[in-house]
Write a protein that binds this ligand. Structure first.
Ligand SMILES: *Cc1c(COP(=O)(O)O)cnc(C)c1O
Length: 376
């Protein structure tokens, strides 16, 4: 039997061990040290725009701290893209706040600006203007930054950019992860680069970074004993994990090219088949890292998504439906939702295809083989 082909598996570059060895040699086996600072510097240089980066234990921790830094309180409304992974929304619940979910628009599959405005007006009509807008760069595709920023300014509501999946993407040559008032990147094992588990918060304002690091290291006030005036968290990144990240940063450009090459492979595979459409940048302003390549299947394909997935499973190839929208999740059944049925339709017809930067030519041939049996 052939080796299993995963949707998106970790891809080591070789340089990671040097940084990990350094951590061991210098006994920096702790949630601080030269690799943590080094990774932050690497990311600040890469992202540009004068951002400050705080390396944290996960993207989810970064989202949680973002809401804390914005002063979200019990009972507040927070707007959140519905079509996303649950980690975008869970921290709203950690805060005792209420998510207001918003549908996608068809170009990028990210926040629909019109529906965002409806959600803002809903909050205002209840006497509670939403405290933040959580927007996502889904599967690496940049969101409509200008439209969402305009709403953010008009109503004076900060944006938290969940760029967990979009390191290496850009819009009009500005890197994703620099668009929000606060932005979040994930280095989980399935992302474009990884620290095994980890993430970071990127901010324009140095005070936000300092406050994030303070809260992420148990909120110890400046005193000889441990003095606390606020509640802290244990959210800093391990210096060993940061060593993996430093090695991975050396490979980032290549990883982006590899994921984009996968996307071109699928484009060619589907080009004469109108029954399968690949999610692609709407205009040349958008540059996606194509973290995952995603196809939408139409009924003309003559086979259901479940049947197609079964054919991949038989060949030891992992595929997965698009994220199930949060407003359709049992755990969020009482949350408000604005928009129409676009995210629901995408969920019903969309399929995430193997997209790892480590796919080989023979892996691609196996994937093409399954499609060629069903595409006519
Ligand atoms: C992976 C992911 C997260 C969470 O990041 P972790 O580092 O796994 O905590 C949040 N949002 C989205 C869209 C993600 O894909």
């Amino acid at each position: 039997m052939d080796k299993k082909i995963w949707l998106s598996s970790p891809h080591m570059g070789g340089g990671e061990m040097k940084y990990i060895q350094q951590a061991f040699d210098e006994n920096w086996i702790a949630p601080l040290g030269p690799n943590v600072n080094g990774l932050e510097n690497d990311l600040e240089t890469y992202l540009g725009e004068g951002v400050h980066v705080a390396a944290l234990s996960s993207g989810t921790a970064a989202l949680h701290l973002s809401l804390i830094l914005l002063g979200v309180e019990t009972g507040d409304f927070v707007i959140c893209q519905s079509l996303t992974f649950s980690a975008s929304a869970n921290p709203i619940i950690y805060m005792g706040a209420h998510p207001v979910f918003v549908d996608s628009e068809k170009d990028t599959w990210n926040l629909c600006p019109n529906a965002v405005e409806d959600a803002i007006k809903f909050g205002i009509s209840k006497g509670k203007k939403p405290k933040a807008i959580i927007t996502v760069n889904l599967y690496g595709m940049p969101y409509k930054a200008e439209e969402i920023s305009a709403l953010s300014k008009r109503y004076d509501i900060p944006v938290i950019e969940d760029s967990a999946e979009a390191l290496g993407s850009s819009y009009k040559n500005q890197k994703c992860g620099t668009f929000g008032d606060l932005s979040v990147i994930s280095f989980n094992g399935n992302k474009i680069i990884t620290t095994s588990v980890g993430g970071c918060l990127t901010v324009k304002n140095k005070e936000f970074k300092d406050k994030a690091v303070f809260l992420a290291t148990q909120a110890k006030d400046n005193a000889p004993h441990y003095e606390h005036t606020s509640i802290g968290y244990n959210y800093r990144m391990s210096n060993v994990c940061a060593g993996i990240g430093r090695g991975q940063m050396e490979m980032l450009e290549e990883r982006i090219q590899q994921r984009r090459a996968n996307h071109r492979f699928y484009q060619e595979l589907f080009q004469d088949h109108l029954s399968v459409t690949l999610h692609t940048e709407p205009t040349a302003d958008y540059f996606s890292n194509h973290w995952l390549s995603v196809a939408c299947l139409s009924p003309e394909l003559g086979i259901t998504r479940a049947e197609l997935m079964e054919k991949f499973t038989e060949e030891e190839i992992e595929t997965r439906p698009i994220w199930k929208p949060m407003h359709l999740q049992p755990v969020f059944r009482n949350a408000a939702f604005f928009g129409s049925d676009l995210s629901e339709k995408l969920f019903n017809n969309g399929l995430c295809l193997p997209s790892g930067s480590n796919l080989s030519d023979s892996d691609r041939a196996r994937i093409a083989g399954v499609f060629k049996k069903v595409l006519m």
